[in-house]
Design a protein around this ligand. Structure first.
Ligand code: 5RP
Length: 252
């Protein structure tokens, strides 16, 4: 479904956000307005560039609304965001049941399956998605696709134990039929990207036909020894909010 622009009541509206940023903000604000309920006490906060707008909207709910709440981060970025916004920080080992988790996505298909892990946070993101009674995705219009892999071309993010990365790459090349998977490197190829859990990330591009059965891909990769988590989330999200360029929001 598609709804009009929600009423924006924050001073941030006056800032000159670019079209893309505005669409991220619209998605995030609408999702918070619809899914963060007054009775919610434990809230999961995901990672990426859309999630700061989730926190922005939550902060606007006011100190009174948030004083008895605890916020659980999916990584270093969201931990900093929670703390710097003056919200109470918790951890999933203290709160294994979360009322609602709001997170970004790299792509979301017509069945709400998604690719996550563009920011290398998908292990903790999946734990918080699973812990949540309600898991909600927020994204800009580019992420809204019929089938995974349409716009997001780097491939499926896979977190691997460093010791096993070469063997996992070799096994992935067998599965893919060619050496397409690669170890994610830091800027200027200074070394491998290291996740918040001290692991490496492999990106494995599957062809579009295979991406039409994301659960099969996820299960196949997860079986490989040394794989910690796969950035394909199936049957987890209750809804996805996409901000559009025209100021509307698409809800899936
Ligand atoms: C990090 C993620 C992010 O949620 C995903 O990459 C989306 O980020 P953005 O909101 O910046 O597009 O999965 O691991």
């Amino acid at each position: 479904s598609r709804i009009g622009q929600p009423k924006l009541v924050s001073p941030i509206t006056d800032q000159n956000l670019s079209g893309l940023e505005k669409s991220k903000q619209l998605a995030a604000w609408t999702a918070v307005d619809q899914h963060v309920k007054p009775e919610h006490r434990v809230i999961g906060i995901g990672s990426g560039s859309t999630v700061p707008y989730v926190v922005e909207r939550i902060v606007q709910l006011g100190a009174e609304a948030n004083q008895e709440r605890v916020f659980i981060p999916t990584g270093f970025q969201s931990k900093e965001l929670i703390v710097s916004s003056g919200l109470s920080l918790g951890d999933v080992d203290q709160y294994p049941t979360i009322d609602v988790t709001l997170d970004g996505a790299d792509e979301v298909d017509h069945e709400l399956n998604c690719i996550k892990g563009g920011g290398a946070c998908h292990l903790r993101e999946k734990v918080l998605a699973e812990a949540a009674n309600t898991f909600i995705l927020v994204a800009d219009y580019r992420k809204n696709v019929e089938y995974l892999g349409t716009n997001f071309t780097p491939g499926v993010p896979i977190e691997v134990v460093p010791f096993a990365y070469a063997k996992v790459l070799q096994n992935l090349h067998h599965i893919l039929g060619s050496p397409k998977a690669s170890l994610r490197m830091a800027v200027k190829k200074a070394g491998p990207v290291v996740s918040d859990n001290g692991n490496f990330i492999i990106d494995a591009p599957f062809d579009l036909e295979k991406m039409k059965t994301p659960y099969t891909i996820m299960a196949q990769i997860k079986m490989l020894t040394g794989v910690v988590e796969v950035g394909v989330f199936c049957n987890m999200a209750k809804a996805a909010y996409f901000g559009n360029e025209d100021g509307s929001v698409t809800i899936k």
